[in-house]
Design a protein around this ligand. Structure first.
Ligand code: SF4
Ligand code: SF4
Length: 106
C-alpha cells in the first residue's frame, strides 16, 4: 500500500482546548512522589519535566535534605498531579533519587 497524501487523510479527533483545561493526570499508571527529606532543591526535575507539571512554590513548610538548604533556597518543586502524565523523567533525572515512581491507585 502506498503513502496517502496528507490532504486525503481522514479527519481525526483533537482537543478543542489546551492541556491547562484538559486534566491529563488521569492518564497516569505511575505517579512521581518527591521525598523532600532527600531533596537538595537543585530543580533539575523542574527543568526536565516535558509537561511543565512541576511547579516551584514557597517551600517554608516542606522538609529539605538539611537546614542549610532549607534556609538558602525558599522554593520547592511540587508535582501538579492534575497534569503530570507519569512519564518518570523527573525520577530518572533526579541526581539524588529523591523522586519515587509509585503505582497509581485508581
Ligand atoms: S512524571 Fe513526567 S510529567 Fe510527571 S512530573 Fe515527572 S517528568 Fe513531569
Ligand atoms: S531533581 Fe531531585 S533533588 Fe533536585 S529538586 Fe528535584 S526532587 Fe529535589
Amino acid at each position: 500500500m502506498g503513502l496517502i497524501p496528507y490532504d486525503k487523510l481522514p479527519n481525526t479527533p483533537i482537543a478543542a482546548v489546551n492541556s491547562v483545561v484538559v486534566k491529563t493526570g488521569t492518564w497516569r499508571t505511575f505517579k512521581p512522589v518527591i521525598h523532600y527529606e532527600q531533596c537538595t532543591r537543585c530543580m533539575i526535575c523542574w527543568k526536565y519535566c516535558p509537561d511543565a507539571s512541576i511547579n516551584l512554590v514557597d517551600g517554608t513548610d516542606y522538609p529539605a535534605k538539611n537546614d542549610v538548604i532549607k534556609k538558602a533556597i525558599d522554593k520547592v518543586p511540587v508535582i501538579d498531579y492534575d497534569h503530570c502524565k507519569g512519564c518518570g523523567i523527573c525520577a530518572e533525572e533526579c541526581p539524588v533519587n529523591a523522586i519515587e515512581m509509585v503505582p497509581e491507585e485508581k
